[in-house]
Design a protein around this ligand. Structure first.
Ligand code: NFS
Ligand code: SF4
Length: 644
């Protein structure tokens, strides 16, 4: 491993790379064994390119790369594009990238549902309640129809949005979003028609020699944020709940300590529950074979959003978030890491080669040199999942006991808080009017406001640190927190998702509410102060909850005392999700500076002017304490405006 200042500084500060003691332990093991991780690769990249960081580098045509000097000349690219245009175009393409990832993910789920409904896939449809609710919102007739028929009609309705060629808004969006929001977006001309078409058009619009108007490009950003929100997140969650069931509260655990010294360890990683659910199913069925192979059983764990999906629905523990993926392998205890799409580092096979771990890729678009490829398609998912589990069992004998070191660190963590589950818990307090207890407590100030904390880890900031510090302060101030994605896994690691976490972290008033609801719901203690709502596509659940609250109060989402935060965002997807949140009318904090500062115009629109259009805006703050203060002040202002 290359010695460098960054690393030494990290040690001096405790560890600048991570706040997670399990991660720090494994990072020390990595250093001792000469294994490089993302942190060392990041250090080797420093200093990163200033033009790139400001967003003023353009490679849109072969006359480039052109870059604008914010402190002097040149001020124009070869074609005449200035910093505002270059930054706006780059931002749009980032959002297109995020939206495309989520949309393609949702599309796979729709394909799977369609084939399952026709009996052509190895999946049983489990979410009967969700079939009813999604059919109702789409206006699909259910009377006298078999659930499978309705499920097929739902899949076809989704395909219709991807295939339609008229200029009407996409149906999934108008069927889901509050009418007031739809009107606002329509008046701005940012309603997507067909999500695929919008992605194509945005790539065209941002090409060399097409749109030269940065403000027009920023409106396209809003549109693509909506493509992500409804063609990606909402469709993804709705369809996945139909296939695999709507999550309900479940007790699990989080951090590297969930891995077992005695068992075959299988990690699911990526995003598609079609893959992870099948691996979980077969790992449970084939446990006996693992015992025959000399292990005590099979331990399943997840990282990133696949981890969230199987935690939410199956109670499978989380081994960690984005920056823990390499560390899981470095424990020396993982037989197989299965990946599908998104957020798995290309480094994995190289790290796995230092141990006995096999990395298994499962989709045609997510291959890794050095990994085994077992393509898992809906029609042959059982056989493929079995072969992956057997590969892990067979690999147990290759484990080198001398290299196994699993940190004895993990926390209990509750997950499964879908909107249905939250409403269900509230209904134990008021069955007639489930949202009333929550709203009454918001009005009374017992729940001061609510914040959705979402997104990734990023090597630029200390793993989990900003997330934990921000959330601590919000909870002390009686703000209810819901979480998804890698921040949910971060908070799970530190005990924020346990009843005890309520006593430890929540302000007095919030604790009283959590206790009342938790006890009424039969949990025998308070609800956790941070509710795990799932993966990143499950941010749609947060959108649904906001829509329901706004509907109940008969106000716009933009008037609610709420905010969103992505303290450690990394992926393009986090940018597109954030844009959707802003379009919903939500103040959205980011804790890593996005590459837009090279354009004063773009920066101003995103952090100021867009609020006048949609009610939401971005704010950048790297200090979690200050970010919490800004969010609290925002909540105070919204409360005042509502007269509460
Ligand atoms: Ni969201 Fe989930 Fe994690 Fe970030 Fe990646 S796993 S989709 S993008 S890194 S939260
Ligand atoms: Fe340079 Fe314009 Fe080409 Fe971009 S599109 S690389 S600014 S010439």
């Amino acid at each position: 491993m290359s010695e460098n200042l960054y690393f030494e500084k990290g040690l001096a500060m405790g560890d600048a790379r991570s706040a997670d003691p399990a991660a720090i332990e494994v990072l020390k093991k990595a250093k001792a064994e000469g294994v490089e991780t993302a942190h060392e690769r990041y250090a080797a990249q420093l200093p990163q390119c200033g033009f790139g960081e400001l967003g003023v580098c353009c490679r849109q045509c072969l006359q480039g790369p052109c870059r604008i000097n914010p402190f002097g000349e040149p001020k124009l690219g070869v074609c005449g594009a200035d910093a505002d245009l270059i930054v706006a175009r780059n931002l749009l393409r980032t959002i297109v990238g995020g939206a495309a990832s989520h949309e393609d993910h949702a599309y796979s789920a729709i394909r799977c549902l369609y084939e399952a409904a026709q009996g052509k896939a190895d999946y049983e449809i489990k979410g009967f309640d969700k079939i009813q609710s999604v059919a109702a919102k789409l206006g699909i007739e259910t009377e006298g129809k078999e659930p499978k028929e309705v499920a097929e009609a739902i899949a076809l309705a989704a395909f219709h949005d991807f295939g339609k060629f008229d200029d009407e808004p996409m149906h999934w969006l108008t069927a889901t979003a509050p009418a007031e929001r739809v009107e606002v977006w329509q008046s701005l001309g940012v309603i997507p028609r067909n999500p695929d078409r919008e992605i194509r058009t945005a790539m065209h619009e941002s090409a060399m020699g097409v749109d030269g108007d940065p403000v027009n490009l920023l409106l396209a950003c809003l549109k693509l944020g909506l493509v992500d929100g409804y063609g990606g997140l909402q469709m993804g969650t709705d369809i996945q709940d139909i296939l695999f069931g709507t999550p309900s509260p479940v007790k699990s655990a989080a951090n590297l300590g969930v891995l077992s010294k005695d068992n075959v360890n299988i990690i699911v990683h990526g995003h598609m529950p079609e893959v992870s659910e099948k691996v979980v199913e077969w790992a449970r069925k084939l446990e006996e074979e693992a015992v025959k192979a000399g292990a005590k059983g099979i331990t399943l764990a997840g990282v990133c959003c696949s981890g969230n999906e199987v935690l939410m629905r199956q109670g499978v523990p989380s081994a960690g978030n984005f920056l823990s993926q390499e560390l899981a392998i470095i424990t020396g205890a993982v037989e197989v890491m299965v990946v599908d799409v998104q957020c798995f580092m290309p480094s994995l096979p190289k790290i796995a080669a230092c141990y006995h771990t096999k990395v298994v890729t499962t989709t045609p678009i997510g291959k890794l040199p050095g990994a085994e490829h077992v393509e898992l398609v809906p029609g042959d998912a059982d056989a493929k999942a079995q072969s992956i589990v057997r590969l892990a069992i067979d690999n147990f004998k290759n484990r080198n006991a001398a290299k196994v070191e699993i940190p004895d660190i993990c926390s209990e963590a509750w997950g499964g808080f879908s909107v249905e589950a939250i409403v269900g818990a509230l209904a134990t307090v008021d069955p007639e009017n489930p949202l009333k207890p929550l709203v009454d407590n918001i009005v009374a100030g017992n729940v001061y406001g609510a914040v959705g904390v979402v997104g990734c880890n990023n090597t630029k900031v200390r793993q989990d640190h900003q997330t934990v510090e921000l959330i601590k302060k919000l909870l002390q101030n009686n703000v209810l927190v819901v979480a998804t994605g890698c921040t949910a896994q971060a908070l799970a690691k530190y005990g924020f998702m346990t009843p005890d976490g309520a006593k430890q972290y929540a302000g007095e008033k919030l604790l009283a509410v959590l206790t009342a609801v938790g006890e009424a719901a039969g949990l025998g203690g308070p609800l956790p102060p941070v509710l795990h709502m799932g993966s990143c596509v499950d941010n749609s659940r947060i959108g649904d909850l906001l829509g329901a609250l706004a509907g109940y109060l008969n106000v716009s989402i933009k008037d609610l005392p709420v905010a969103a935060s992505a303290p450690e965002l990394q992926h393009e997807k986090a940018v597109s999700i954030g844009t959707w949140a802003v379009a919903l009318g939500v103040l959205t904090h980011v804790g890593v500076v996005p590459p837009v500062l090279g354009s004063p115009l773009v920066t101003k629109v995103l952090t100021e002017d867009v609020e006048g259009l949609v009610g939401g805006k971005f704010f950048v703050e790297l200090d979690p304490g200050k970010a919490a203060d800004t969010i609290l002040a925002h909540i105070a202002a919204k409360r005042k405006a509502l007269g509460i």
